[in-house]
Each structure stands twice: as C-alpha cells, then as structure tokens.
Design a protein around this ligand. Structure first.
Ligand code: HEC
Length: 154
C-alpha cells in the first residue's frame, strides 16, 4: 500500500516532461485565434438574431455587440497565425488552411475588410433596426468571404 502510494505520484511526475513535449508549440496561438472567432460569433449572433427578428431589437445591446466586434477586429493578428499551425501540421485541432500562409496578403485583406465592415456596423448598430440591418450584411459577407478560402469546411 505504502509503496504504490509513493510510486504513483513519482510516475506522474516522470510523465510530465513527455506530455509537455507532445503539446503543440502553437497551442496557445491556435486557441487564441479560435477564441477571437468565438467572440465574433457570440456578438454577431446577437445582431443577426435581431436582424432576422428572432430577438427584439435593443439599441443598447446592439451597440454593445457591435462595439465588441469592432474591438476584436482591432487586435493585431501577427502572433495568432504562426507558420506550421495549420491543418496537416498542427497537432492541436484547427481548420486553418495552408492558403493562409501561401497567400497571406489576401488573407489579411479579408481581415481588413472585416475591420471596415465592423466600423460601419458600430456606427449604425444603435441607430435603429433598419440601420443595423443594412450594416450587418457586409459584415456577414466578410466572415464567409474569408472562411470560403481559408477555413476548412466541416
Ligand atoms: C481573415 C479571415 C477570417 C475572417 C474575416 C473571419 N474568420 Fe472566422 N475563421 C477563420 C479561420 C482561418 C478559422 C479557423 C481557425 C482555426 O481553426 O485555427 C476561423 C474559425 C471560425 C470559427 C470557429 C472557431 C473555433 O472555435 O474553432 C468561428 C465560429 C468563426 N470563425 C466565426 C467568424 C465570424 C462570425 C466572422 C465574422 C464576423 C469571422 N469568423 C471572420 C478566418 C476568418
């Protein structure tokens, strides 16, 4: 009894370096970029819900959601897409396609487009349902425009 109690923690400790070595060096970057996408999804979902009439329009909530989308689009992307962190290379789960690194200018162009759409949306979101609806379309298009070429489809 005594021995195995001691042996188990020792084994667990011995296994630690191996586990650390097996972890994807880009894990944090991958999780961070997926997290920023989830932030876009969360706040975009509120606005799309209002635009479609599934959620009652609320100017304050619409402004908040659009403001957070705009904030995400201002994050510098330099550290979020390291080479070697795409599909086929990363051990972490990812849907980032190699095209991101092969044609980085186009990829970053999509990110800039998103920023412009988010600026317009942030201006319009609190100004009434119709004003918000007009601005949410281009935002949605910039999401899907980038996903089409740079995110692996499910
Ligand atoms: C510049 C390109 C680009 C733009 C613009 C973009 N995305 Fe993405 N998105 C990606 C890529 C690439 C991935 C895959 C990332 C990965 O798995 O590492 C992704 C993944 C996602 C995911 C899955 C995240 C996860 O947990 O794995 C969601 C949700 C998402 N995007 C939503 C959005 C929404 C909503 C917008 C627009 C408001 C948007 N994206 C705009 C490129 C983009």
């Amino acid at each position: 009894m005594r021995l195995s109690r001691l042996a188990l923690p020792a084994l667990a400790l011995a296994a630690l370096p191996t586990l650390a070595a097996a972890q994807d060096p880009n894990r944090t970057a991958i999780l961070a970029r997926q997290g920023q996408m989830e932030l876009l999804q969360l706040h975009g979902g509120v606005l799309f819900g209002m635009a479609r009439g599934n959620i009652d329009y609320d100017a304050e909530l619409a402004s908040l959601a659009a403001g957070n989308i705009l904030a995400v689009t201002t994050l510098d992307q330099s550290l979020l897409w390291p080479e070697g962190s795409g599909v086929g290379e990363a051990t972490e789960e990812t849907r980032a396609l190699p095209a991101i690194w092969e044609d980085n200018a186009t990829f970053m162009g999509h990110w800039s487009d998103l920023g412009l759409a988010a600026e317009a949306l942030a201006e319009a979101a609190g100004g009434g349902l119709e004003s918000m609806q007009a601005a949410i379309g281009p935002l949605g298009q910039s999401c899907s425009g980038c996903h089409e070429s740079f995110r692996q489809s499910n």
